[in-house]
Design a protein around this ligand. Structure first.
Ligand code: FDA
Length: 442
């Protein structure tokens, strides 16, 4: 078998996290001495760049300031800032007049695509990473062989000294619920909604930002349909984006969280869960309330909020779904015939070691079975593993609430790159030689 090409850094997944890392590497290499250049490549299973495309609702806005883009907090002079993007699009002055920190989600997606296009040479799309194998010499694992598969079945192998896993979160459906033609997780919302023609009734489960957005969207898109929002809360609750609470997303908060003892970490997550989890932007809450009240006045209630309730039973039929909604207060049940049900029930962290095969057993875990992660986002492993495994995401238990968000991404990739460079500088063996491309084994 031919020797696979060797990189300093390979990234799995090319969402905003590894895109930001690709930019950090590009900017580092632009001024680095030849011997300090970092060779990097990224593998992404999607056929092209895409950030939660199924939820790119036309009027949805970002929940983070545009200043927390891919680079600004790490390098405000970067040419990859959102402001540089706006300037290039000829919209900078219009954006300034808008007096708004929170761009449209479609606009931020366009910004991400623009940035991804500028580092296109560092990415292979349509590459699903299916395996990571240790490369061991004299008892020491110095590299990983990363195996990816394309949609046409081609298998490629690349070798790397350091691996950065940024594979994102997995959509969470309640136990026993399976996605189908008429049962959707909101991740697929826009791809699915096109299949609806003249729906009579639609059900949305969940009272977080996505649930509220989907409810508002369906209510507006289908003026003849009844839209039932089902959730356990009494009402939609506002996201706390007040300035002091917002500090929980600061780079310094990562240091505080990382250093804190476990009970304090838990408290911090509890205190500030309402900055991110199961909460909705105030403007959207007001808009939904306005619609409910207007319909009350007009005498036709088409937007129904079934609060303090849960879906007790779901029957998935060829021509629709039958949803039994149970009141948590009284136990009374209502059966709803609907065209489709959308679960906006969030995401869960996936165990990144699922990709690592037998390497997984070499990663240290805490008493609760969670991965042990260093401050530099490197997994703690046995001493014979000198190659580095880094995580972007999946570190809420060690680094805090911003782990799965954009807020701290630009700073985090700077920290990871620093760690990669520092370990390389202190490594005893000389660096391997590099080749471009990948070896094919199938
Ligand atoms: P992300 O999930 O974006 O990317 C992971 C990538 O890895 C995907 O492209 C996937 O295809 C790829 N992948 C996975 N497994 C692979 C494999 N085995 N091989 C190859 N590729 C693989 N946060 C915030 O701070 N502000 C906001 O406004 C929002 N808004 C928002 C809206 C919506 C609708 C959602 C669902 C989420 C947000 N978020 C958010 C949170 C969101 O998680 C965050 O913005 C980023 O998507 C995190 O970026 P990552 O690159 O880490 O993961």
């Amino acid at each position: 078998m031919p020797q696979p090409p060797v990189f300093d850094v390979l990234g799995v997944g090319f969402g905003p996290s590894n895109l930001a890392l690709a930019i950090a590497v590009t900017e580092h290499n632009a001024t680095a001495r030849a011997e300090d250049v970092v060779t990097a490549h990224f593998l992404e299973r999607q056929p092209r760049f895409g950030w939660h495309r199924g939820m790119l609702l036309e009027d949805a806005t970002m929940q983070v300031s545009f200043l927390k883009d891919l680079v600004t907090l790490r390098n405000p002079n970067s040419s990859f800032t959102f402001l540089s993007y706006l300037h290039e699009q000829g919209r900078l002055v219009d954006f300034i007049n808008h007096k708004n920190l929170f761009p449209l989600r479609v606009e931020f997606h366009d910004y991400f695509e623009w940035a991804a296009g500028r580092v296109d040479d560092l990415v292979s799309y349509d590459h699903d990473v299916v395996d990571v194998r240790p490369v061991t010499e004299a008892g020491e694992t110095t590299h990983f062989d990363v195996v990816s598969r394309t949609s046409t079945g081609e298998v490629e192998v690349r070798r790397t000294r350091d691996l950065v896993l940024a594979t994102g979160l997995r959509p969470a459906l309640p136990d026993g619920v399976h996605a189908s033609e008429r049962v959707w997780h909101n991740r697929d919302f826009l791809h699915r909604v096109e299949s609806l023609t003249d729906p009579r009734r639609l059900v949305v489960v969940g009272a977080g930002q996505s649930g509220a957005e989907v409810t508002a969207f369906l209510h507006e898109r289908f003026p003849a349909a009844e839209v039932c929002a089902v959730f356990a809360r009494y009402g939609y609750s506002p996201a706390d984006d007040s300035p002091f609470a917002n500090r929980i997303f600061d780079p310094a908060a990562v240091d505080d969280y990382f250093a804190a003892p476990e009970p304090v970490k838990r408290k911090l997550l509890d205190y500030h869960a309402n900055t991110n989890y199961a909460v909705v932007d105030n403007d959207l809450i007001a808009e939904l309330y306005r619609r409910v009240y207007r319909e009350k006045v007009l005498g036709r209630q088409r937007l129904r909020l079934l609060n303090l309730s849960r879906v007790a039973e779901l029957e998935d039929r060829a021509d629709g779904v039958v949803v039994t909604v149970e009141s948590l207060a009284t136990g009374l049940r209502e059966v709803l015939d609907a065209d489709a049900i959308v679960y906006a029930t969030g995401y869960r962290e996936a165990d990144p070691t699922a990709l690592l095969g037998r390497l997984a057993a070499r990663c240290a875990r805490d008493a609760r079975g969670r991965l042990d992660v260093g401050r530099d986002y490197r997994l703690v492993t046995d001493d014979d593993l000198s190659a580095g495994l880094y995580l972007q995401g999946g570190t809420e238990h060690t680094h805090g609430i911003s782990s799965s968000l954009l807020s701290n991404t630009s700073v985090r990739v700077g920290e990871i790159l620093r760690s990669v460079l520092a370990r390389r500088a202190s490594a005893v063996p000389p660096r391997p030689r590099y080749a471009v491309g990948a070896s094919r084994i199938g």
